[in-house]
Design a protein around this ligand. Structure first.
Ligand SMILES: Cc1cc2nc3c(=O)[nH]c(=O)nc-3n(C[C@H](O)[C@H](O)[C@H](O)COP(=O)(O)O)c2cc1C
Ligand code: SF4
Length: 487
């Protein structure tokens, strides 16, 4: 007999018995309610047509979905090794927590990594001290056309929108940026009151121009001018693509399009809003170059950059030619690694589209040098930068500055439960649920954000001094070794 038939038989028997027991013997009402509730759920499972597992295994079938839901957490706690875990290993997460809590984060007994495994990276240390690395390193962003250059920290908060993150998370990040003197990127969702806690802000212009758009999606220049001129806005970043989903747009579903978010993004509330894969304001290379010039004028000469994940190298080189031809250059290019993060993306886009970070960074640096324009454009790198070593490597491969998104999420207490797309983030970081968001107290968490920033830079400086590097011009790819396959 199938489980389904057993359920139908048992549910009828138990329900009848429980009702009779209640009527004749005045049995326990709670037992009656429980039996009827489980029977109702089971009957719903049997009668619905969408899910075969639940039709065949009423009530018990739900266990499968509960287990699937909590599997990542169980796996992380009970199965995963310290060096395993994706996107970040347990050891890496522990390191970020230690940095955020101002703890030393020492590891006992030696490395757990396989030192003979292909791809393992290491740095050659120097035999003698070559001196101290530059004190309080900062980098001035802004080429010759920029009249309001920005002195940036070498580690900053990468783009993450209010909408992807909760308001308390955004407030904590911005307060943290204010405490530590670094910048906080709004993400494509635009500028919100939660970005106004005193931190320096990088205003992102996403493909939908959220926050400064006409209803058809084109840029509303007046709205952009007003926002970009605010004192806290230090730089403007035009997003062309994002490593986790290059060339893929997104939808802000009607349910998440609350009146608050709609007002901020300048869209109709309670409607599905499309974030297109490409910005309609610049359909061609030429238009993009002109757009950079337009934004620079509208913002009153602030640094303007583009952010992209490298796809087809020839397209990028051709864009550089257009900069040279029109004599309009971005002040910075943010290179986003294909292994970068997102709130939600189609798996194929995250797994198979775009160039991985190390290759992209070396390529962009090389292309700018080849075209003779490296000195006027700064390179910002984002792609799993969560430690001093990651920063050191990025500088060796050509970066001037680093951005981190998920590192700062971890510093807020993210436990890598991989539920960012469900609105049920257990730590209140990536949710619009007010109750969950209350888990984050900005006045407290902002200190963790600042600590993570400061301690990661201190680690980076230690490593640089260990390698005998004392200034930015001494970084080069030869300082990083990668274990080759054995023949
Ligand atoms: C939750 C989340 C939301 C993001 N939102 C944006 C966004 O609005 N615009 C953007 O350009 N990148 C966005 N990103 C990408 C990050 O800014 C960053 O480029 C990428 O995650 C690589 O950095 P990471 O490896 O430190 O996370 C988002 C990433 C995350 C994790
Ligand atoms: S804890 Fe929240 S932010 Fe972190 S992975 Fe889980 S759902 Fe995403």
């Amino acid at each position: 007999m199938s489980y389904r038939k057993i359920f139908i038989f048992m549910s009828i028997m138990l329900s009848v018995m429980a009702i009779l027991n209640q009527l004749l013997l005045q049995g326990d009402t709670l037992v009656l309610i429980l039996i009827l509730a489980f029977s109702a759920l089971g009957w719903y499972d049997v009668l619905q047509q969408k899910n075969a597992v639940l039709r065949e295994y009423p009530i018990f079938g739900h266990l499968r979905y509960i287990l699937l839901d909590i599997a990542p957490i169980l796996h992380d706690y009970f199965v995963e090794s310290n060096t395993g875990g994706r996107p970040f290993s347990k050891n890496t997460i522990k390191l970020v927590y230690a940095r955020a809590e101002n703890k030393p984060g020492y590891h006992p007994l030696g490395t757990e990594r396989d030192f003979y495994k292909e791809g393992l990276e290491w740095i050659g240390h120097s035999m003698f001290s070559k001196g101290e690395f530059e004190d309080q390193p900062r980098v001035l962003v802004g080429g010759p056309e920029c009249t309001r250059p920005y002195s940036a920290s070498i580690l900053n908060i990468s783009a993450m929108s209010f909408g992807a993150l909760s308001k308390t998370a955004i407030q904590s990040l911005n307060k943290g940026a204010a405490l530590g003197g670094f910048s906080h990127n709004t993400g494509e969702g635009g500028l919100t009151p939660y970005h106004m806690e005193g931190g320096d802000v990088v205003l992102q212009v996403g493909t939908a121009n959220f926050g400064f758009r006409y209803p058809d999606g084109r840029l509303d220049e007046e709205a952009f001018r007003k926002k970009s001129k605010l004192d806290s806005i230090k730089m403007i970043e035009i997003k062309l693509s994002q490593g986790a989903k290059p060339g893929h747009g997104g939808v802000l579903p009607a349910a998440k399009n609350t009146p608050e978010i709609a007002k901020i993004r300048m869209v109709e509330p309670h409607t599905d809003v499309l974030s297109p894969p490409f910005n309609p304001s610049f359909p061609t290379e030429e238009k993009l170059v002109e757009f950079i010039g337009i934004l620079r004028d509208l913002s009153g000469g602030k640094p303007i950059g583009i952010k992209l994940c490298i796809g087809q190298p020839s397209e990028f080189e051709s864009l550089l030619d257009r900069f040279i031809e029109k004599e309009i250059y971005p002040d910075f290019i943010t290179v986003d690694a294909a292994e970068g993060g997102t709130g939600a993306a189609p798996l194929d886009y995250s797994n198979h589209i775009g160039m991985r970070g190390d290759d992209a960074l070396k390529f962009v640096n090389g292309a700018l040098i080849k075209k003779g324009i490296r000195d006027r454009i700064k390179i910002i790198y984002a792609g799993k930068v969560v430690s001093g070593f990651n920063m050191f490597k990025a500088f060796c491969y050509g970066a001037d500055l680093c951005n981190s998104a998920r590192g700062f999420m971890l510093s807020l207490g993210c436990i890598q439960s991989l539920k960012c797309h469900t609105d049920r983030c257990p730590t209140g970081v990536a949710t619009q649920n007010h109750e969950l968001a209350k888990g984050i107290v900005p006045n407290f968490k902002s200190h963790q954000v600042r600590n993570f920033h400061d301690n990661t830079i201190a680690d980076f400086i230690d490593i640089a001094e260990t390698a005998g590097v004392t200034s930015f011009d001494q970084f080069n790819p030869e300082l990083v070794h990668v274990v080759e396959p054995t023949t």
